[in-house]
Design a protein around this ligand. Structure first.
Ligand code: AMP
Length: 447
């Protein structure tokens, strides 16, 4: 039985007792049942003498036809200040499409991938909500208000990083609970710090939630990111258990994002959300308009020398994807021996080392990163010029994710995929998912 079938069985036999009522479009957003939102001193940024030290005047952004400014969304000043500090001016497409709905309290089902700005989309909605509706009394510091679940450590840590940036001007504490990093350290944080927003991978979160180190029964906003990936990685049973620990879907706000919506994900999305608004944003990388894609048809034993030439040719910031850990290591070692400034990111690298490696890649002190899919999935680094598929991914969806590491935020990028006698049969399926023919070039060592 393939993993999808297995998941489907679990879904079928384990339906949550949270089915939606029949009518679907007229339900008022959840916030209608709440008290009026706070417009008090807490949202205005003042110093000790109660003088305003930051206001919208400090964040001038001109109105622009067809664009939505963050100013126009009635966000708390504390959130706007953070947005200004992150140098965002206008909403990305998914932010413009979702924020007006999520800020009203609606649930959301969003089709979007990394690179579209979806992280800030759900974080801004969540943080603004917590500031607009502050807790009225002090309570157990282990009770989380916001919960974000992501399939990989890298992605969870990236989300946590953005959450920290977006909460710098308010008193919400972000805690990340991810596998692969010290359990003891995370436990200590839970023992000593207040938990406002938890960003977690499913397994580690289950450990802490079962042991009551973190409490989920008062979660106000739940975000499920990359739901399709959670399904393919076998996390859905854990995610179901976690969701059962949160308040009923009629009470919490739920936002679910997925790059693709196979049947199983559609079913889960319906089960877990309540009168959700649906938003589909086709990211630029799926249409591939700004990524120049080419497939090099090569002999398997010539791949290495072609790669070496490619990487040394222009000194571009590059990610090379391989399918297996041993292949990744082998490539990394060969590149290093060839004098290329490179590093490796795969499941065999300890998590803290991975975080350091990603930071060095981000800062530009490493030129080339060799990665597997799982490790590469959470890489949100701007300015990657070249993606190389040293071997074609077995799952064609991974192709989209891989090449989506370049050409982000409107920049142009390039992808080169090697197709040899071993894996060229995968090309038609990849083209089907990409939705177009990819240019093929026959390349030999001599070229
Ligand atoms: P994400 O899709 O969440 O991975 O975001 C992709 C990149 O876009 C990240 O580097 C974000 O910091 C950046 N980003 C998100 N929203 C905006 C925005 N409104 N303006 C400019 N950059 C943004």
């Amino acid at each position: 039985m393939n993993p999808i079938d297995t998941q489907k069985k679990i879904i079928d036999s384990n339906m949550e007792n949270q089915t939606s009522p029949q009518k679907s479009t007229t339900q008022a957003p959840r916030k209608n049942n709440r008290k009026p939102k706070v417009q008090s001193k807490d949202t205005i940024i003042t110093n000790q003498n109660q003088q305003t030290i930051w206001s919208l005047d400090d964040f001038p952004v001109a109105e622009s036809e067809g664009k939505v400014r963050f100013h126009d969304l009635n966000l708390p000043d504390r959130v706007l200040k953070s947005i200004a500090e992150m140098n965002f001016e206008y909403c990305s497409e998914i932010q413009a499409a979702t924020l007006p709905k999520t800020l009203q309290g609606y649930d959301l089902i969003g089709q979007a991938q990394t690179g579209t700005g979806k992280t800030a989309a759900f974080l801004i909605a969540m943080i603004s909500d917590f500031l607009d509706y502050p807790l009225e009394e002090s309570r157990n510091s282990r009770l989380a208000r916001g919960l974000i679940i992501a399939p990989t450590r890298e992605l969870a840590l990236q989300i946590a990083e953005d959450a920290v940036k977006l909460t710098t001007n308010c008193h919400l504490n972000v805690v990340s609970l991810v596998g692969g990093l010290s359990y003891e350290k995370q436990k200590q944080i839970l023992d000593t710090e207040r938990v406002d927003i938890v960003v977690a991978t499913p397994g580690r979160l289950m450990d802490f939630a079962r042991n009551k180190k973190v409490l989920l029964e008062k979660v106000e906003t739940l975000v499920l990111d990359e739901a399709d990936r959670m399904l393919s990685m076998g996390f859905i049973p854990d995610v179901k258990s976690i969701i059962r620990m949160t308040p009923h879907k009629e009470i919490r706000q739920t936002m679910l994002f997925s790059a693709t919506f196979p049947k199983d994900i559609q079913t889960l999305a319906k089960q877990w959300t309540y009168f959700a608004k649906e938003v589909y944003v086709v990211p630029e990388e799926t249409t591939n308009k700004n990524i120049d894609q080419v497939i090099y048809t090569v002999e398997a034993d010539q791949k290495w020398s072609i790669l070496e030439k490619l990487v040394k040719e222009k000194d571009e910031r590059t990610i090379i994807f391989a399918n297996r850990r041993d292949e990744t290591r082998d490539l990394y070692e060969r590149l290093k021996d060839a004098g290329v400034n490179c590093a490796m990111l795969s499941g065999e690298v300890a998590q803290d080392k991975r975080v350091k490696t990603l930071n060095s890649f981000k800062s530009g002190s490493i030129q080339v990163l060799v990665a597997t899919d799982v490790a590469g999935r959470g890489i949100h680094v701007d300015g990657i010029e070249l993606v190389v598929n040293y071997s074609l991914p077995e799952d064609p969806e991974d192709y989209v994710h891989r090449i989506g590491r370049t050409g982000r935020g409107g920049e142009t990028g390039r992808s080169v995929s090697f197709a040899s006698e071993d894996d060229a049969f995968l090309v038609p399926e990849i083209e089907r998912v990409v939705g177009e023919k990819i240019r093929c070039e026959y390349v030999t060592q001599e070229q």
